[in-house]
Design a protein around this ligand. Structure first.
Ligand code: BTN
Length: 241
């Protein structure tokens, strides 16, 4: 059940773009993984670019479902899957709500999910970029809030081994998500979160900024923020900064 089809490109504009352009040709009952060694126009969330030189993992995981409700948690499940992969490798990952993966408090991976419908089915393209063999000098060109596995462990890693491990975890977790929803993941997601109740945060949603304290994660994975006014406001999307 849920066989994996992997397609590899040396260079591509963006694995998510390719998946979107070819979505009608992908197998409806398989998990298709589009992988590239480098991307010339990698995209991040909102209108951000995702700089994508060789040496890192760039992959889009594509699947179809008739349960559209599972899509809202699929990026969190991908983040948990990567955390499982990294933990198995000896790292201590943490998550920044909703789905950034952190090592030593710095971002090592980001996830961009794009969903739509085709022939009465919902599809999701879950793109993930993981900084693997990126040197300190390369990272410094982009941002001081980023890191890579090389930077954290002081050695290079084989990208394919990490991708295969991530595929294994994500496939198993996706089956659980489709069958049982987000509930089975809730405790491990909360444990992996860097935020603890009471932590002060600045929050950005729909071009509005909020300040307050982290309150809790609801059962559907959404975030409750205790505003300075005393009101608890719920967000299903947004950005902590
Ligand atoms: C983020 O802004 O945190 C999300 C980054 C997502 C980057 C990945 S790399 C593979 C896939 N293809 C893209 O163009 N973007 C995603």
């Amino acid at each position: 059940m849920l066989e994996i089809d992997a397609l590899h490109f040396e260079t591509i504009d963006s694995t998510n773009n390719w998946a979107k352009a070819h979505i009608q040709n992908l197998h409806k009952n398989k998990l298709t993984v589009i992988v590239a060694d480098e991307q010339t126009a990698g995209r991040g969330r909102r209108t951000n670019r995702w700089t994508s030189p060789e040496g890192n993992l760039y992959a889009s995981f594509c699947f179809f479902t008739n349960q559209a409700n599972c899509i809202s948690n699929v990026t969190q499940v991908m983040a948990i899957s990567l955390a499982e992969t990294l933990t198995e490798m000896g790292f201590t990952p943490m998550l920044k709500w909703p789905n950034d993966i952190l090592l030593s408090g710095k971002k090592c991976a980001g996830i961009l999910c794009e969903a739509g419908t085709l022939d009465d089915l919902t599809y999701a393209i879950v793109g993930i970029g993981l900084n693997i063999n990126m040197s300190k000098q390369q990272i410094a060109q982009y941002s001081f809030t980023l890191t890579s596995l090389l930077e954290e462990a002081g050695r290079n890693f084989k990208i394919e081994n990490i991708r295969i491990s991530l595929q294994k975890y994500f496939r198993a977790n996706l089956i659980t998500l489709m069958q049982k929803g987000f509930e089975p993941f809730l405790e491990s997601y909360k444990t992996l979160l860097r935020l603890r109740p009471g932590d002060r945060i600045k929050f950005h949603h729909d071009q509005l900024q909020y300040q307050g304290a982290f309150h809790s994660i609801q059962n559907n994975g959404s975030l409750n923020l205790l505003l300075d006014t005393g009101e608890v406001k719920n967000f299903i999307s947004g950005e902590i900064y």
